[in-house]
Design a protein around this ligand. Sequence first.
Ligand SMILES: Cc1cc2nc3c(=O)[nH]c(=O)nc-3n(C[C@H](O)[C@H](O)[C@H](O)COP(=O)(O)O)c2cc1C
Length: 468
Amino acid sequence: MTIESYAYGWPRTDLAADPAWSLEPSGRFRSRAMPESREQLAADSRWPAFFPCPLVLVTTRDGERVYLEKVVGASVVNRFPYTLALSFCKDALSERHYVRRTFMEALERSGSAAVQFLPPGPGLDAAMTAILEGAEEHSDRRIAASGLATRPARTIDAPVFRDAHMVYECRLVKPGKDFEGKAINARPYADVGSHRIFFLEINCIQLRQDIARGESQIHWRALPRWWPHLPDAAGNAAVSEEALKRLGYVKGYTPNYAFPSAGTTAFEADGVEDGMAYRALAPLPEDQVEVDNDRARWPCFFPSSVGMITSFTADGAANVMPCGSTTIVSRHPLVVAPCVSYAAINDRYARRQSLDDIRRTRRFGCGVPFIDERMVAAIRYSGNVSIETDRAKMANAGLSLASGGHTPIIDEMPVHFDCKVVGEILLGTHVMFLGEVERIFVRADVSPDNPLSWIPWADVRPVGQENT
Ligand SMILES: Cc1cc2nc3c(=O)[nH]c(=O)nc-3n(C[C@H](O)[C@H](O)[C@H](O)COP(=O)(O)O)c2cc1C
């Protein structure tokens, strides 16, 4: 079994033959207007374009019943309190997007859930088959159908799979205050379009002991694979390398992530039980705050990707900030949700210039980067330098602009979502912008023959063992 067997490609069909998409005058992008009609959705409710999201398994317990569901796009959305967002369909759109009523009701009643990860292989396949084949109203029969063994979690009622290599135990967030004294988390969920987003505070993280010890590693490919076929417009690959050298030290970034490794945090366990190292997180956000830049890092790996969030400054300069906490929270309308830091805690968590610009313009763009040296250099540059100090940030990141959107479209990105802000949710250190997609741009060299390739699961391997 190789991790590659879990890869899927987008698009499956040729956009050139689809009347919803039209070629932009430049010939470099195709675009389509959003949202679709209900009829179009009922016929095909797959996402109209690709955004890289991880998949997770979630269990919750309600009395004697234990429920299992899969969630696309689970995302860490806030640092203090340490918060996960899980989005579930609440309005029936199609056979694919059916209402997750049973699971949502159980989650609301129990107030807690275990978000967990199984290594790719027979266990994961059995869990996924049980979910895909087990009707929603019987989601309490899925664990039995999977044939997988479970054990109790440490801090919540929901059971966890014995085969899980990583578990996040969470509870629905409680009302509180942020660092400026503003009210946060008045409700533990928000209804956005066709979906309900639940916000869960992480109480405890479990990590398989061999991974915590550094004997095995989690491997996560954080960006899709893709190969541009069109020649570069104007961008200059050497620029960002030069600009990075001038800066001296900047935080590294690699889309080929291995955890734990030299560049990551080590997992600081409180103890070990059932072969799992565990760490409890302080229940109060005030006690969780680590002002030291390094200690404020995420305490453990959680799979995420990067949205390249673009906006215009007050004087018309195009900006881009890489945003790891970006996910899709609603299918109809399609809503992209980047989480942008607004709290001034330290260098790592400081207020972003993009925050003010997105609030002022009520718009942002979201580009999808891919695995490529030049992209990595662009992410490192634009993710370490604020436009406040470099007005030519986009060019110095080696990126060039394309025309056609209400937001800056980066010519090098294969997919761009042009979004209108329809809401924002204050979470404590980060604000979740809700961006309704008005238009999608896809490079003309993205096709079924040259698709974006993405693996929504992380792999786990002993150190030194290659992907087989
Ligand atoms: C890989 C990566 C992921 C990031 N994710 C986030 C994020 O989720 N939220 C955030 O506020 N900042 C994030 N940042 C930091 C911002 O991109 C960075 O502070 C940027 O320079 C802000 O630019 P601005 O001040 O011009 O808006 C990330 C940086 C990198 C390199």
